[in-house]
Design a protein around this ligand. Structure first.
Ligand SMILES: *Cc1c(COP(=O)(O)O)cnc(C)c1O
Length: 423
């Protein structure tokens, strides 16, 4: 590791623990503002604390480890307006997949050249909308899409998305998108015949990727696409290395991806990426209230020892939707028990109690955790919190059963640099 990278990671760890103190204070302040005995219906709803400083730190971390690659944030992951505002101020681009996402970014005053319409299977009227708004960059992966673009936006800057080996990713995307390598030549020939403008190649190794070498293989395949394109008469100059970066494996991916890009692509090729999860996962903490409890005496699933079922005021139809759609396993922690806040309380493993944790709707699928061990006997009125709730959660929450899909977000900014940008 270079001295620069090492210094960065040390200061990173230090600011993170300061940030945690600020997050805790925001959680406590909000709960203290609720009078649980007299509040209006929903006054004790679940809520988020979002640390925009964490988004800022992730951006700086990106620039240290992948300096050649321009991030285009994948809006679908979390379209929180403050997150988008900060990223716009930081100068990232944006990956949009629908009219509403394009609209949200343009409304922030972002130039259309900073948007990639990265959905290879687009609605025709949305393609016309992109043309009208001058959002030129868009992906494709099949022949029908080329005819569609020819008809509705013949001057678009097209990027050919190829399939990848995403077998080790949490959420596989190449089952649905990406041209197999053996179709690339015919697609490029068709594009040429239609006199379309193909400027580059993209891929996505799958969201929640666990195999950094998948990036290396995909970069090599993209090189093959560039060479095939040259043979057809295209001078490709954009490589889009997609999303799939995690908070915990980012350095491992960057260590392989950065050199692979430099090995296969000269500096004249512009390189962009579409990170989603990476930017926001750690920035959001969710607090939820224990609305009900049921004792399970002699729980057979707990070796005959008693356990409890806890019911929270948020669940898989709400801000835990990532359990269903994103294979998430949120870990509950005790935030407030009785009158005491327990944010950093040490856990005595000898006194752990087994819980199953449920959401508020009347559906049996609404289970947050089938088995969680917590150090205390929790009661109705206590609060739990969950960290790392920023990606693929609130964006896919629903109003099922009449519960909210919009929850309060308290923002904190644990980095002065980010604060300056948000003013
Ligand atoms: C979802 C998506 C992303 C973001 O993926 P992450 O794994 O969250 O980084 C990027 N690009 C495209 C085309 C996507 O569909």
């Amino acid at each position: 590791m270079s001295a620069h990278k090492r210094r960065f990671s040390q200061s990173h760890a230090c600011t993170k623990s300061l940030a945690q103190e600020q997050i805790f204070r925001a959680l406590e302040n909000h709960i203290e503002s609720i009078d649980h005995d007299v509040c209006d219906a929903g006054g004790e709803d679940a809520f988020f604390v979002a640390d925009l400083g964490e988004v800022y730190r992730q951006h700086m971390r990106w620039k240290v480890h992948l300096p050649r690659v321009e991030p285009f944030y994948a809006v679908k992951c979390n379209r929180d307006p403050k997150v988008i505002q900060l990223l716009a101020a930081l100068g990232t681009g944006f990956d949009c997949a629908s009219k509403a996402e394009i609209n949200q970014i343009l409304d922030m005053g972002v130039d259309p050249s900073r948007i990639i319409y990265a959905n290879p299977c687009k609605t025709a009227s949305y393609v016309r909308y992109a043309a009208e708004k001058n959002v030129q960059m868009m992906t494709f992966d099949n022949a029908e899409e080329l005819y569609k673009v020819k008809r509705h936006f013949p001057n678009a800057q097209l990027i050919l998305r190829i399939a990848t080996d995403d077998s080790k990713a949490l959420c596989r995307l190449s089952l649905k998108f990406g041209a197999p390598m053996d179709t690339v030549l015919s697609l490029l020939e068709l594009a040429k015949q239609l006199e379309l403008n193909v400027i580059g190649c993209s891929f996505h190794v799958g969201s929640g990727s666990t195999d950094p070498t998948a990036f290396v293989t995909a970069v090599r395949d993209a090189r093959t696409v560039f060479d095939l394109a040259a043979a057809v008469g295209y001078d490709m100059h954009l490589l889009d290395v997609g999303g799939g970066y995690g908070d915990d494996n980012f350095e491992a991916i960057a260590a392989l991806l950065g050199p692979a890009i430099n090995l296969h692509f000269p500096p004249s090729v512009r390189v962009i990426a579409e990170p989603g999860r990476y930017y926001v996962v750690g920035a959001f903490t969710l607090a939820a209230h224990v609305i009900a409890r049921r004792a399970v005496p002699g729980d057979v699933l707990n070796g005959g020892k008693s356990s409890y079922m806890l019911y929270l005021n948020d669940g898989v139809y709400g801000n835990f939707s990532g359990i269903l759609f994103d294979h998430q396993h949120p870990v509950p922690k005790v935030l407030k028990r009785g009158d005491n806040y327990c944010f950093n309380a040490p856990t005595k493993s000898s006194s752990l109690i087994r819980y199953s944790i449920w959401g508020p709707t009347c559906d049996g699928i609404d289970c947050i955790s089938a088995s969680a061990n917590l150090p205390d006997v929790l009661e109705v009125g206590d609060w739990l919190y969950f960290t790392d709730m920023g990606a693929y959660n609130k964006c896919s929450a629903s109003k099922f059963n009449g519960f909210h899909d919009e929850h309060l977000v308290h923002y904190i900014v644990s980095e002065p640099g980010a604060e300056a940008l948000l003013m």
